[in-house]
Design a protein around this ligand. Structure first.
Ligand code: F6R
Length: 324
């Protein structure tokens, strides 16, 4: 998995080339967008929907379930993401989108999703197969951002934005890997909780999923300011077993910065393991990619410390097999 994390930059480069082949022929007068997918294929939608939320003239939702929200209909663009193309929840939501007359676009490496898209003349883009789906994030993020630009939802220039983010990451790679290694050492043997500002929640979810699947640990995430109104109370009583990873960004609301400071003081009475990880970058996309890449490295270094195989997800395979 270390090699696959290091390959992120190649995946992004190839992903941007593949995205040049995106030909969206559907309606451009939709009133809302839903990006649907699960796990490693759902997270791209979560992150991209937050990237474009402020610029988009239409609401954009991410969905990770069999069914679609009730508002989905003829005026909706549904983007279905499944790396394998065989995830039953995603396939069922696609059937529902078709039944409700929504416009569809599919992103997958193959499987039933691509077969269906071909059979029903649905627009799709095919990405290379053979990776664990979560390691294909360089492909899913590029396809989704370019698509969002093409349909008029994203205003920023995806090629320029993502390429310059990768240049910035590569220039800081030694520091990123050193920070990730030291974080992995600090959180080893601890229960991990990740906090970030609400507009970056997708990035926190990505780190949680990577720690689950690569490092094989349970952990949770929450966002500020919401956690100040509930979870902070749960810190009472002492929690030396918990390590906190605060994913911090310079564009946090000024009151959220203050909230992080006070929350840190409160939590600091109960644990001595609070780690602030400050992103780098001049835009939300760049800052997100900084934390995503650094978080991916944390997960593989932690897997190494825990002596677990970061690639295998036998339990997910078992579950899918049992349901089949
Ligand atoms: C990640 C992973 C899972 C899958 C999820 C959905 O590596 O194995 O999170 O992404 O089970 O499967 P796909 O991505 O094929 O739709």
């Amino acid at each position: 998995m270390k090699e696959l994390v290091a390959d992120f930059f190649n995946h992004v480069g190839e992903g941007l080339k593949i995205a040049e082949g995106i030909k969206y022929t559907g309606s451009k007068t939709f009133k809302n967008v839903v990006i649907t997918g699960l796990g490693g294929s759902g997270i791209g939608g979560r992150i991209v929907s937050q990237w474009v939320a402020n610029e988009s003239q239409v609401p954009i939702y991410s969905n990770s379930n069999y069914s679609l929200p009730n508002f989905v209909g003829k005026d909706t663009l549904v983007v279905a993401c499944s790396y394998s193309g065989n995830t039953e929840e995603t396939l069922e939501s696609v059937d529902e989108a078709i039944a409700r007359g929504a416009t569809l676009f599919c992103i997958s490496s193959g499987g039933k999703l691509i077969d269906l898209a071909k059979a029903k003349n649905i627009d799709f883009i095919q990405i290379p197969g053979g990776l664990p789906p979560r390691a294909a994030i360089g492909y899913s993020l590029t396809q989704l951002t370019v698509l969002m630009k093409q349909v008029g939802v994203a205003q920023f220039a995806p090629f320029k934005e993502i390429s310059s983010a990768c240049e910035m990451l590569q220039a800081n790679l030694d520091e990123i890997k050193a920070t990730a290694k030291s974080c992995a050492e600090k959180i080893h043997h601890k229960q991990v909780v990740i906090y970030t500002e609400a507009m970056y929640e997708g990035v926190a979810i990505r780190l949680r999923q990577q720690l689950n699947e690569n490092a094989k640990i349970l952990c949770w995430h929450h966002v500020l300011p919401e956690m100040n109104h509930n979870e902070l109370v749960g810190w009472a009583g002492g929690h030396k077993e918990i390590a906190v990873l605060n994913l911090r960004n310079e564009d946090e609301h000024k009151r959220t910065k203050e909230r992080f400071k006070i929350s840190g003081e409160i939590m600091g009475r109960h644990t001595d393991n609070i780690i602030d990880i400050n992103s780098k970058g001049s835009s939300r996309v760049q800052r997100s990619l900084y934390h995503i890449h650094l978080g991916d490295w944390i997960s593989v270094y932690l897997a190494e410390l825990r002596k677990v195989d970061p690639i295998e997800v036998k339990v997910i395979d078992f579950l899918k097999g049992t349901l089949a």
